[in-house]
Design a protein around this ligand. Structure first.
Ligand code: MEV
Length: 426
């Protein structure tokens, strides 16, 4: 039976759910219950969420947690994080505490420039096009004046526009490459509106406009976060040996893309969690960060480490085009609360906090991987999730937790112990 439907978006929420559950589920009543149990009793709040997207049927909960004890540039922060992975907040909190008594995180903004492009095709003479662009440039900027007025008042706006000849990459392909400062907003709407106005003003019968869009590759919207301390303070025992292993782990991530991807994934555990908690666009951040990690032609580690004169230094340079106004940042009540928890930071401050969270996460992962291994801590936390899937009583749960305190946790081991426990009690 065909599942193609017309006019779906015009149906009511209940009609949409009926169509869905009748067509796709063996037990439509159960599917309906699952969707409806996540509805919010607060009608206003539910309607707010319904309106974020089209065809909303329910809410998909992710845990919202906090990692306290971050000291960044001498200021204390409790960082909000939205993440489903059990070990992430525990690791961030532990690392934050450690560095809070070792000088804290030092962060700085390297640059905040964003990019947008008008892509077009032109078959004529390149010099003629350059002449036309140079002549039009003041007019193109004037065409955006009403759009950029407010942004200019806040110290932002269009920084420059230039014509780029890309015909070596693709026949007849040119672009207007525009750079922007968008202050506290992520700037996607602002940039795209400016670009469309520029494209409209620029068009001519022999110029075939293809598209106007911001770029999520933001290597010039860059922030640095770092930590440092004497090697001797980094570990209780064997500090020099373990610090060297830490450095080797970074070198391996630089030499080997398979490792680099996982290494950077660990960084994104921290970054994405803050990006989500503050209502920012994690897909944009992810795309931009990974392109940056591959900017030399090979995908490499985003973080760096060195030991010089007995001092261990660990740092990250990462592009983070974040906003603290616009988008969902003030619209989603929990994003708004997250920003308030961070003392309503500017976008630059949020970039620095987020970079510190990413570096903390990476520090925790590399330290664990090069000492005890990652599974011990991971599986301890995962134990709770495995137990939850079992139909265990409170007493049985407590027994399993105690039993695995001194044993290796694996999914099979937990199930086996649970079965053994059950059969003994029968
Ligand atoms: C797991 O979510 C993240 C790690 O794999 C990161 C890493 O290997 O560096 C532990």
């Amino acid at each position: 039976m065909s599942k193609i439907v017309s006019g779906f978006s015009k149906l009511s929420k209940q009609e949409k759910i009926d169509w869905l559950t009748d067509n796709f589920f063996e037990n439509p009543i159960k599917a309906k219950e699952t969707l409806q149990q996540y509805w919010n009793d607060n009608r206003v709040l539910q309607e707010l969420h319904d309106d974020f997207i089209e065809n909303t049927l329910s809410n998909f909960y992710f845990p919202f947690g906090i990692a306290p004890n971050f000291v960044i540039n001498g200021k204390d922060y409790t960082i909000p994080m939205v993440i489903e992975e059990s070990s992430v907040i525990a690791a961030a909190s532990m690392v934050a505490k450690f560095w809070s008594s070792h000088g804290g995180f030092k962060t700085s903004i390297i640059s905040t420039t964003k990019v947008g492009q008008v892509h077009f095709m032109y078959k004529g003479d390149a010099a003629g096009l350059e002449f036309y662009f140079d002549k039009m440039k003041p007019q193109l900027l004037r065409a955006t004046e009403s759009i950029t007025q407010n942004m200019r008042k806040r110290g932002g706006g269009i920084l420059d526009i230039e014509l780029r000849n890309k015909t070596a990459q693709l026949e007849n392909y040119y672009q207007i490459h525009a750079t922007f400062e968008t202050k506290d907003s992520m700037g996607a709407n602002f940039i795209n509106t400016c670009l469309e106005a520029i494209a409209d003003e620029f068009k001519r019968s022999d110029i075939e406009l293809v598209m106007s869009i911001l770029s999520n590759y933001t290597p010039e919207c860059l922030v640095r976060a770092e930590v440092s301390c004497p090697v001797s303070e980094l570990y209780k025992d064997n500090a020099a040996f373990l610090a060297n292993k830490f450095i080797q782990a970074i070198q391996i991530a630089n030499a080997e893309p398979h490792r680099a991807v996982t290494h950077n994934k660990g960084i994104m555990n921290g970054i994405d969690a803050v990006v989500l908690a503050t209502g920012n666009d994690f897909r944009a951040i992810e795309a931009g960060v990974h392109a940056f990690a591959a900017r030399d032609g090979q995908y490499k580690s985003l973080s760096h480490a060195e030991i010089k004169d007995g001092i261990f230094r660990f740092w990250i340079d990462i592009p983070l085009a974040l906003g603290t106004v616009g988008g969902l940042t003030k619209l989603h009540p929990l994003a708004k609360l997250s920003l308030e928890l961070l003392q309503n930071p500017s976008a630059e401050e949020l970039m620095q906090i987020t970079a510190a969270a990413g570096l903390a996460q990476n520090f925790a992962a590399i330290r664990a991987l090069t000492t005890t291994g990652i599974q011990k801590g991971h599986m301890k936390l995962h134990l709770n999730n495995i137990i939850k899937l079992l139909d265990a009583s409170e007493k049985e749960k407590a027994f399993l937790i105690t039993y695995f305190e001194t044993r290796t946790v694996s999914h099979n081991a937990v199930i086996e112990k649970y079965r053994e426990m059950r059969s003994n009690s029968v």
